[in-house]
Design a protein around this ligand. Structure first.
Ligand code: PEP
Ligand code: MG
Length: 758
C-alpha cells in the first residue's frame, strides 16, 4: 500500500499541469482500489461551488460541466463536514442529488473524502461501485491517506496552472513564500535559468585524460574570473565583509577542494563533465542530508557553482541578458552570483522558488535593501518572463498579472514607504522620548558590516546585540584570534563611545558553520549557544580575548552570553572570561573588565531571573527563541508559523516577569529579538518597562516615530487593556486598533496586510 501511495504521489507530482495531475489521480486510484469510478470535484471558493474536474468511470462529457453548490449533494456534504461519507446505497441518503449527465445511477456504493490543504477545503475525492456494499476500513483509510498526500500536490498544481488562465481572465494570482528582505517592489520579471543542466550530463569514458583536465582547468579559471568580476561589481554596494562570501566560492573551486576531486575522477576514467557532475552531486547530497537549515542551504551554492563550471565545459558562455529598469529577478534557485550580475540601478526585487531567509542570497538582499521573497514554491517561474509582478517582501507575497487597482495600491504603498522613510530622517538625531517625557534608548542589532553603516546613519544609541556568528558564517574556517580582533575593533570603533554588546558565538539550532557541522535529531533542543562554547573553551577563550583586545582604549565593550539555562553555565563562562582578561593583561594590554550579561531566551531562565541578575551586570531577552520555546513552535517551520505569536498572553506575562525580577535586583533589562523592532510591539515593551529596545536598524526610525507620539501613560493603559484578553489574535488586533486611534496606524503595515487577505 505504501509503495502504491508513493508511486501515485510521485507520478502526480511530475504532471505537467493540473488537468493531467487530476487525470492521473482518478486513473491510478480507481486501479489501486479496484473500483468502477474515481472522480475529483474541485471547490471554487469564489463561486462557492464544486466542479467535476476529472473522472474515470462517469460519463466523460460531464467532466468540466457538472457543478454542485457548496452544500449540494453528497459531495457538498463531505466538503461541509470535512469528513468521509461511506454509503452502501448512496441514493437512500437524504442529501443524495442525482445528476443525469454523469450516468452515475448504475453505481450504488459511494465513498467520498475531503481534500484539505492547510485547513482549506480544495475539493472531494470520490470512489463509486455498482455492487451494493460498504467500503471497508482499509479502503477508507487508503483514500484518506491518498487525499491527504495529494492535497499539497493539487494545491501546487492549482497555483501553477492558474497562471495560464490568468492572462485571459486577468485575474490576479498571488503566490506565497517567506519574507526574505523587507520592502515592496513593482517591476518586470526576468527569469534566470541556470547556465547548464548538470542532471542531463551522461556518463562517458574519458578518451584523453590530459585534454579533459585541461578543459576542466580552463573552465575553472573562467568561473573564477566571473566570480571575481561579480564580486568587484558589488564592491561599491556591499562591504568587504559580505563580499567574503565570494572568496569562499573561489576557495571551493580551488585546486585543493572541488577542483582536486574532479581531477581525480577524470584520472580514474571519467570525462570532465561526468566527473564534475559526480562530485557536485556528492556534495549536494551531503549538504541536503543535514538537519541544519543553514547548511542545507549551502547545497544551493554548490549546485550553482557546478552549473557555472559545466556551462564553460560545454563551451556555452552565459547568454547576455537584458535587464529592464525595474528588474524583478526570478529563478528556481537564486544565487548571490546571479544577483551580482544585474546592473546596480536596475534591481528592484528578487524572488526565489527555493531557499529560505537563511540563504546567502537572502542575506545579501537584506544587506542591499532589495525586497525579496524566498521559497515561493508554487510559483510557475518559467511562465513569468516579462510579466509585471509585485513583490511584497514584508509579507512574503508575489502577485502576478496585477490589475491596475492593485498596481496603484502597491505604488502607493511603495511611495508611502519611501516618503515615510525620507520623512523619518528628520527625527534621526532626536531622542526617543514620549510626549510625556519618558526616555527609552533605542539600540541596534548588528552582524553584517552593512548593518553598522545603516545603524550609524539612523542614529542608533548603542548596539544591543552584535551577532558574532555572522563573520564566522561567511568564512570556510574559524577566524583566527587576530582576525576576530580586527573585525571586533572595527565594530567597537564604529560605535564608540556608544556601548557595543557582543554576544559570544551562538551556533547550533538553525545556525551552523559548514566547517563545524552539528548533526542532531533535535537541534533546537541540542548543542547550541553557550553549550557549544563551554564544551570548546579554546574557541570561547580566543573569542573573548579577541573582544577584550579590540576594546583597548575604547572601553565600550559589553559581553553577552546566549542560551543560558542555568546558573552553572553563567559561572563557568564568567570564570573563562576572567581567565581571558587575566591573559590579555599579562600580555601588557590595559584592558578593563567589561560588563557581562546574559540572554533570557529559554523558559528556564525566566524563572531564575533573580538568581541570574545577582550574578551579572545586565540581561537581554532574546524574544525570537523565547517565543519558540515558550509556545513550542519552531521559529523556522512555515507549517506552524501561524502559531508563532509575539502577543500570546504567555509571552507578555513572561516578559513582564523578567523585567520586574531584573529590576528588583537593580539590573537593566533590554530586549533584542525581532519583536523589539515591531513598532506596535515596541509600545507594549516600553509599557512593560524595558530599559532599552534593540532592533534591526531598518526599523529603528519607525519605532522612534511611534514612541515619540504615544505617551508612557497611554502605553500603560493600552497594555492593561490588552492583558484582559486571553487570545493572541485579539490582543494583536486590539493593539493595532488602539494605535490606529492614536494616529500611528500608517507605520504598522496594516494596509498591505489588508490586501493580502483578499
Ligand atoms: C533571539 O533569540 O531573540 C535572538 C536575538 O537571537 P537569535 O535570533 O540570533 O537567535
Ligand atoms: Mg536566540
Amino acid at each position: 500500500m505504501l509503495t502504491t501511495l508513493r508511486n501515485i504521489v510521485q507520478e502526480v507530482s511530475s504532471a505537467s499541469d493540473l488537468q493531467v495531475a487530476l487525470q492521473i489521480i482518478v486513473q491510478r486510484v480507481r486501479d489501486a482500489m479496484k473500483t468502477e469510478v474515481c472522480s475529483v470535484y474541485l471547490y471554487d471558493p469564489e463561486n462557492t461551488s464544486y466542479t467535476l474536474m476529472a473522472s474515470e468511470g462517469l460519463n466523460a462529457s460531464s467532466v468540466g460541466q457538472v457543478t454542485l453548490a457548496h452544500c449540494e449533494g453528497l459531495v457538498g456534504q463531505v466538503g461541509l463536514r470535512e469528513e468521509p461519507i461511506n454509503l452502501e446505497n448512496a441514493a437512500t441518503h437524504p442529501n443524495f442529488h442525482y445528476i443525469r449527465e454523469t450516468g452515475e445511477e448504475r453505481f450504488t456504493s459511494f465513498l467520498g473524502v475531503p481534500i484539505i490543504h492547510q485547513r482549506k477545503n480544495l475539493g472531494v475525492l470520490v470512489v463509486q461501485q455498482v455492487e451494493q456494499r460498504r467500503f471497508g476500513e482499509h479502503e477508507e483509510a487508503f483514500l484518506i491517506t491518498m487525499s491527504a498526500q495529494l492535497a499539497g500536490v493539487i494545491a501546487h498544481a492549482q497555483a501553477t496552472g492558474s497562471i495560464n488562465n490568468v492572462s485571459s481572465a486577468r485575474r490576479v494570482v498571488r503566490f506565497r513564500g517567506s519574507a526574505g528582505a523587507t520592502g515592496v517592489a513593482i517591476g518586470d520579471a526576468v527569469v534566470i535559468t541556470p547556465p547548464a543542466d548538470l542532471g542531463a550530463v551522461p556518463e562517458q569514458v574519458c578518451q584523453d585524460t590530459d585534454s579533459e583536465i585541461a578543459l576542466l582547468d580552463s573552465a575553472l579559471t573562467s568561473v573564477r574570473k566571473e566570480l571575481k568580476e561579480t564580486s568587484k561589481r558589488l564592491a561599491d554596494r556591499l562591504p568587504a565583509e559580505e563580499r567574503a562570501l565570494f572568496d569562499v566560492y573561489l576557495r571551493m573551486l580551488d585546486d585543493h577542494a572541488l577542483g582536486q576531486e574532479i581531477r581525480e575522477r577524470i584520472r580514474s576514467g571519467s570525462w570532465a563533465q561526468g566527473a564534475l557532475r559526480q562530485v557536485i552531486d556528492k556534495h549536494i547530497r551531503n549538504f541536503e542530508m543535514m538537519d541544519d537549515h543553514y547548511l542545507r542551504e549551502r547545497a544551493a551554492d554548490v549546485r550553482d557553482l557546478g552549473r557555472r563550471v559545466l556551462s564553460y565545459l560545454q563551451q556555452g558562455e552565459q547568454a547576455q541578458v537584458r535587464y529592464p529598469q525595474k528588474t524583478i529577478l526570478i529563478s528556481e534557485e537564486l544565487s548571490p552570483v546571479m544577483l551580482g550580475e544585474v546592473p546596480q540601478d536596475a534591481l528592484a526585487g528578487l524572488v526565489s522558488v527555493r531557499g529560505s531567509s537563511n540563504s546567502h542570497v537572502a542575506i545579501l538582499a537584506r544587506a542591499l535593501g532589495v525586497p525579496t521573497v524566498m521559497g515561493a514554491v508554487d510559483l510557475p517561474f518559467h511562465k513569468l518572463a516579462g510579466k509585471k509582478l509585485i513583490v511584497d517582501g514584508n509579507l512574503g507575497l508575489v502577485y502576478s498579472n496585477p490589475a491596475q487597482e492593485l498596481l496603484d495600491y502597491y505604488a502607493e504603498v511603495f511611495e508611502e514607504e519611501n516618503q515615510f522613510s525620507k520623512g523619518l530622517e528628520a527625527i534621526r538625531d532626536l531622542p526617543c522620548e514620549t510626549p510625556d517625557n519618558y526616555r527609552i534608548p533605542l539600540w541596534v542589532n548588528t552582524g553584517l558590516m552593512t548593518d553598522t553603516i545603516r545603524s550609524l546613519d539612523r542614529g542608533a544609541e548603542g548596539v544591543g546585540l552584535y551577532r558574532t556568528e555572522v563573520p564566522f558564517m561567511v568564512r570556510d574556517r574559524f577566524p583566527s584570534e587576530s582576525e576576530q580582533e580586527k573585525i571586533y575593533r572595527h565594530q567597537l570603533e564604529a560605535f564608540a563611545p556608544r556601548p557595543v554588546t557582543m554576544r559570544t558565538l551562538d551556533i547550533g539550532g538553525d545556525k551552523s558553520l559548514n566547517y563545524f557541522p552539528i548533526k542532531e535529531d533535535n537541534p533546537f533542543l541540542g548543542w547550541r549557544g553557550i553549550r557549544v562554547t563551554l564544551d570548546h573553551p579554546e574557541i570561547f577563550l580566543a573569542q573573548v580575548r579577541a573582544m577584550l583586545k579590540a576594546s583597548v582604549g575604547l572601553d565600550n565593550l559589553r559581553i553577552m552570553l546566549p542560551m543560558i539555562s542555568s546558573i552553572f553555565e553563567v559561572e563557568e563562562a564568567q570564570h573563562l572570561i576572567r581567565r581571558a582578561h587575566a591573559e590579555v593583561l599579562a600580555e601588557g594590554l590595559p584592558v578593563v573588565m567589561p560588563p557581562v550579561g546574559v540572554m533570557v531566551e529559554v523558559p528556564a531562565a525566566v524563572y531564575i531571573v533573580r538568581n541570574l541578575a545577582r550574578r551579572v551586570d545586565f540581561l537581554s531577552i532574546g524574544s525570537n527563541d523565547l517565543i519558540q520555546y515558550l509556545l513550542a513552535v519552531d521559529r523556522n517551520n512555515p507549517r506552524v508559523s501561524d502559531l508563532y505569536h509575539s502577543f500570546h498572553p504567555a509571552v507578555l506575562y513572561a516578559l513582564q516577569k523578567v523585567v520586574n525580577d531584573a529590576h528588583q535586583e537593580g539590573k537593566t533589562v533590554s530586549i533584542c529579538g525581532e519583536m523589539a523592532g515591531d513598532p506596535a510591539a515596541a509600545v507594549l515593551l516600553m509599557a512593560i518597562g524595558f530599559d532599552m529596545l534593540s532592533m534591526s536598524a531598518v526599523n529603528l526610525l519607525k519605532v522612534k516615530w511611534v514612541l515619540r507620539r504615544i505617551g508612557m501613560a497611554r502605553a500603560k493603559e493600552i497594555l492593561a487593556e490588552l492583558l484582559k484578553h486571553d487570545s493572541a489574535q485579539v490582543i494583536h488586533n486590539s493593539l493595532e486598533l488602539a494605535l490606529c486611534k492614536e494616529g500611528v496606524g500608517k507605520v504598522l503595515g496594516i494596509k498591505s496586510r489588508r490586501f493580502s487577505q483578499v
